[in-house]
Design a protein around this ligand. Sequence first.
Ligand code: ADP
Length: 598
Amino acid sequence: MKSILRIIRATRELWPLYTGIVVCAVLTSVSSLLAPFIISGATDTVVNHLNGSEPTTGMAIAWFAVAYLVAQLFNVITSNIGGYIGDVMSQKMRTILSVRYFEKLLTLPLSYFDTELTGTIISRLNRSITEVTNFVKAMSNTFISLIITTVSVIVISSIYYWPLGLLLIIIFPVYLWLTSKTSAKWQVWEGKKNQNIDIASGRFNEVIGQIRVVKSFGAERRELDLFRTHFGNTVGLTREQSRFWHSMDVARLAFLSLIFFGLYLLIFLQTLAGNFSIGDMVLLIQLLAMAVAPINSLSWIVDSAQRAITGSKDYFDVMERDSDARALAITAGTDVPTRPHTIQAETGQELVRFNEVTFGYNGEEDVLHKIDLSIKRGERIAFVGESGGGKSTLMALLEGLYDARNGSITVDGMDIAGSDLETVRSLIGMVFQDASLFSGTIAENIAYANPATSREQIIAAAKKANAHEFISKFSDGYDSLIGERGLKLSGGQKQRVAVARAILKDAPILILDEATSALDIKAERAVQKGLEELMVGRTSLIIAHRLSTIATVDTIVTLKDGRIEEIGAPAELAVSGGIYAELLGLQNQGGKASKKKL
Ligand code: ADP
């Protein structure tokens, strides 16, 4: 329950709506209590008229009907206003919780995303927020009416005859005891069901996202079976959960019926004994009938509360994770770094330094060992070595995506561990192997670093990236939609858009995760031309997958098992008898090394 209160506290800016709902619920419940009194008054008036003790007129009786109508209308209006406020409140709550969740995800360190599937993250978000908001909305009405109606019924019936009130009061501790016994078990089942749903949704997302791979491996049936198994598990769990829940419900309702049997019996006996008038009897019977529904809904409230508790725990599980403290600034404001940095190092002076850097992922073994490296402003440096050697990891550390375990990395003299990450990242441009564009127009993609970029600047960047020509051929030009609902760009075209995007970012340091390795010769040349333009005047770190593309760099670093094996100019390393020379030798022998993936 604490976690639900935390949700309400977390959305405390909605207090005017919460108050509105409470006021409406109070008015609705109180006005619904008026009807039994009016009917009881009318009954006594009719009975007294019939037995001749107090003659009355049709007109006097009609006033009862008018009073009943007014009370009912008031009740209907307040309950609907409450419903309206409830709708607005739950949507606002949903919005606030979703936005905060998204904001939190954006600030979590990359290591969180290494361990969680996208689909799982989305499924958890939807489920937890839906259940929490549904509960708060339903509770704000039902719970308040439960309290007002039952308390009033208990008080009124006690005034008439105290054993009635006593019997009614007994219901609550027994009822709550029975439900509390159910609750803990119920939540374990619910947690297991959610786990299965999250796994299935995570896989669903991956499979649909990589449907070509699935098809090409003929893995549809296997994936379907896996999905079916996880969802199937939820049916079994629901069976057990529901069987248990409903058998407890039978116990609860049987107990409730027994109490009501006693209550009605007492009322009839008291009426027979002449202690209650017919009108009193009618009033009490109606009041009890009114109390049955909310008391019955106790189990429903508990059910929905349990879902909401599980949901809010999942929600806070993510919300309580430690954000990458330095990432918070990213979502706080603008696209412009809070502390813009102008490079101080002159061309030829040290710009980037890796100082005895050691790193391992998420408590795993070290994958980089004491990396010492100095990169000068304007230098072009290529990283070579077999896959898994640590090239990408080294670049991720430079971007500040992970923190080094030991040692330090400085950019233009700033230790990135102590710097504002926005500032560090504003100095680094990137072109990845997989061009990762967003759905939207080509222009929007090119201007991703700064959406306010003018069309002229976008076109100029595209021209440099050797992309203008093909973009102009599309009927909508720069406004052509790409992605799922738009154009399908070829690998080389995507790369050139990505190069234009990096040109516009205009960062002094570039990381190129050898962007051309997956392309055919013609496309590779087109991209290479764009990349050459991009590299002009910048310090470039190139993760090389093919030797042919790095012949012109200043320095080559070979990495093996997380250690630097060689550093030197291509010509030096070519004759040094090391890894690079060996790879070159292979290339010269068969002409194949240039195609060999490193
Ligand atoms: P390269 O770029 O040279 O192919 P990587 O930097 O990708 O090498 O990988 C270096 C080592 O780090 C490898 O052993 C790889 O398995 C491991 N690794 C890479 N990314 C992750 C990750 N996100 N989580 C855990 N281990 C990783």
